[in-house]
Design a binder for this molecule. Structure first.
Ligand SMILES: Cc1cc2nc3c(=O)[nH]c(=O)nc-3n(C[C@H](O)[C@H](O)[C@H](O)COP(=O)(O)OP(=O)(O)OC[C@H]3O[C@@H](n4cnc5c(N)ncnc54)[C@H](O)[C@@H]3O)c2cc1C
Length: 289
C-alpha cells in the first residue's frame, strides 16, 4: 500500500481559521506524513500526481516517477477556483482564505496588520462555493479575537451572503419612552423583508444588482374579543405617508377571516396570491419599495 500526497505533511484543515487569528501556529496543526505511515508499514511518496493512466494502471507523478497500481483510491480534495472570480484569492488576488494552512498563515499576517490599523472586514463565500461553514466560523472567531483585544468596535464586519428578516433584526427604538421599548415588527412588515431578500438573492444569482428594499408597511388587526381596531401605517416607522385607523365589530370578523386565509396560504405554500397582490396594490400597499 502506498500513499501519494502533493505535500509531505498532513494539515488539520478545520483549525485553519484559528491559525488565521493566531490561536494556533502551523506546527500545532500539521504533521509529517511519512513517519506515521512508516510505523504501519505503509509506503509514502510526497509528490503530486500529474496524470492517471487507467489504460496501464499507472500514475505519472510530478517528481518524474511512475507508480503502478492494482487499485487506486482518489481523495484529492477540493480544487480551489479563485481564478473564476477576478481579484479573488490570496495568490494574485485581494482576498484571504482559510482553505489551506498556507492561506491561513497569510491571512494571519494581515490579521496582525489589521490589529495595528483596524478597519472594516468583509467575510463571505464566493459563487460556486460548496462549503459555507468555515466562513461563518471565521466570522465568529474573528469577532471573538477582536473582542479579546478590545478592538471589535473599530472593525465593522460585513458577512456577505447572509440576510436576516423578522424579529431577529435589530431595529433601533423609534423614540425614547418612559419604559424602554423596542420598535414593533409586524407580520406584513416581515413579509416585505422576506420578499426583498428573495428578490435580492435571485438578482445576485443572475449577476444583477441586488438593491430590493422591503417597504416595511404595517397592516394590523388588533382584536378586542368581539370587536377590534385596524390600522394601516405606510411605512410602519414615522414619518408616514399613510396613517389610517378604524374600529368596530368588523375588525374581529376580519381577524377570524384572516386567520383562516393565512393558514390556508401556509398550507398551500403561496406567500402572495395574485389577487392579494392586486388588492393590496389598489390600497397602495406594496411589499417592495
Ligand atoms: C476552514 C475549514 C474548516 C472546516 N471544518 C470542518 C469541520 O469542522 N468538520 C468537518 O467535518 N469538515 C470541515 N471542513 C471540511 C473538511 O476539511 C473537508 O471536507 C475534508 O478535509 C475533505 O477531505 P478530503 O480527504 O476529501 O480532502 P482534503 O482534506 O483536501 O485532502 C486532499 C489531499 O489530496 C492531496 N492532493 C490534491 N491533489 C493532489 C494531486 N494531484 N496529487 C497528490 N495529492 C493531491 C492534497 O495535498 C490533500 O492532502 C472544513 C473545511 C475548511 C476549509
Amino acid at each position: 500500500m502506498t500513499v501519494v500526497n502533493a505535500t509531505d505533511y498532513f494539515q488539520f484543515v478545520p483549525s485553519n481559521p484559528w491559525l488565521a487569528v493566531g490561536w494556533r501556529d502551523r506546527a500545532a496543526i500539521t504533521l509529517p506524513i511519512a513517519p506515521y505511515l512508516e510505523r504501519k508499514g505503509i509506503g509514502f511518496i510526497a509528490s503530486g500526481v500529474e496524470q492517471i493512466r487507467p489504460d496501464v494502471s499507472q500514475l505519472q507523478l510530478e517528481n518524474g516517477e511512475t507508480l503502478d497500481y492494482d487499485y487506486l483510491i482518489l481523495a484529492t480534495g477540493p480544487k480551489l477556483m479563485f481564478s473564476e472570480v477576478e481579484g479573488a484569492g490570496p495568490e494574485g488576488g485581494f482576498t484571504h482564505s482559510v482553505c489551506t494552512v498556507d492561506h491561513a498563515e497569510r491571512a494571519h499576517e494581515d490579521f496582525e496588520r489589521l490589529l495595528e490599523n483596524p478597519g472594516p472586514v468583509v467575510i463571505g463565500a464566493f459563487q460556486g462555493a460548496s462549503c459555507f461553514g468555515p466562513a461563518y466560523e471565521y466570522a465568529f472567531i474573528l469577532d471573538k479575537a477582536l473582542r479579546k483585544r478590545k478592538l471589535r468596535s473599530k472593525v465593522p464586519i460585513t458577512f456577505v451572503n447572509i440576510f436576516a428578516a423578522g424579529v431577529c433584526v435589530a431595529i433601533p427604538p423609534v423614540e425614547a419612552t418612559p419604559v424602554p421599548t423596542g420598535a414593533p415588527k409586524t407580520g406584513y412588515m416581515i413579509e416585505s423583508m422576506v420578499t426583498a431578500i428573495v428578490h435580492n438573492i435571485a438578482a445576485e444569482l443572475e449577476g444583477k444588482e441586488a438593491n430590493y428594499k422591503g417597504s416595511w408597511h404595517a397592516i394590523c388587526l388588533a382584536d378586542m374579543g368581539d370587536r377590534g381596531a385596524a390600522f394601516v401605517a405606510l411605512p410602519q416607522m414615522p414619518p408616514r405617508d399613510v396613517n389610517w385607523f378604524a374600529a368596530g365589530r368588523w375588525v374581529h370578523l376580519a381577524k377570524i377571516a384572516f386567520e383562516k386565509y393565512f393558514i390556508r396560504k401556509m398550507k398551500k405554500g403561496t406567500s402572495e396570491p395574485v389577487y392579494e397582490k392586486y388588492m393590496m396594490r389598489a390600497l397602495g400597499i406594496r411589499r417592495l419599495e
